[in-house]
Write a protein of this length. Structure first.
Length: 207
């Protein structure tokens, strides 16, 4: 189900509120009673936190659920807290940083495996700006959201290589026959400024 901008505003503000509540009160926020029923459906979601430094965004945390395992409202709260406090790449977010960071919520479609007769066909089946990627090989698994390759200017093969490295695999491992590659799409809602108005990033249309 496609979400409206109003839905996106609700989720982004919820993500910020979850982190603020934890910092101020040391407790996990419960889903608000006014949550629309369709936001209680199970969906995959990621919360990205970026810090504004001299007009440039720098990643401050990004964690989520690729699969629709939990109600979207609950998964958004959990992802926001994990991105703020448990991303192993960064120290926990501090209270004084809240006025410097932007919250972004990506609501995912269900990941679909790409069926190919040869790994060299993968680049033909993936579109930068539309697809997110998951690569999987045994216990190794890496995910990159649709916005990542556009933000770094990657082509499809570079996108695949970085997704392999995210999984802890060599960059050219996508060329092996045993790897599994999944694509998904996302609706992405983001604050324009810290705690500011929310917009949908239309350049990442799921369609």
């Amino acid at each position: 189900m496609e979400l409206s901008l109003k839905d996106g505003e609700f989720l982004v503000k919820l993500a910020r509120r979850a982190v603020t509540t934890y910092l101020d009160e040391g407790r996990k926020l419960s889903p608000p009673p006014e949550t629309p029923p369709h936001l209680r459906e199970k969906r995959g979601v990621f919360v990205t936190i970026e810090k504004l430094i001299a007009g440039t965004k720098e990643l401050r945390g990004c964690i989520g659920y690729p699969e629709p395992l939990f109600p979207l409202v609950e998964a958004t709260i959990d992802s926001a807290l994990h991105a703020a406090f448990e991303d192993p790449r960064f120290p926990p977010l501090r209270r004084d940083e809240l006025s410097e960071v932007i919250f972004e919520v990506s609501v995912l479609t269900v990941p679909r495996p790409l069926q190919v007769s040869s790994p060299r066909e993968y680049p033909e089946r993936i579109r930068v700006g539309r697809d997110g990627l998951i690569v999987e090989y045994g216990y190794f698994k890496g995910l990159l959201l649709p916005q990542v390759p556009l933000e770094y200017g990657w082509d499809v093969e570079t996108f695949l290589s970085h997704c392999c490295m995210k999984a802890g695999l060599p960059p050219d491992f996508w060329l092996t026959h045993d790897i599994k590659v999944y694509t998904f799409q996302a609706q992405i809602f983001t604050e324009k400024t810290p705690n500011g108005s929310v917009e949908e990033r239309k350049e990442f249309s799921p369609h």
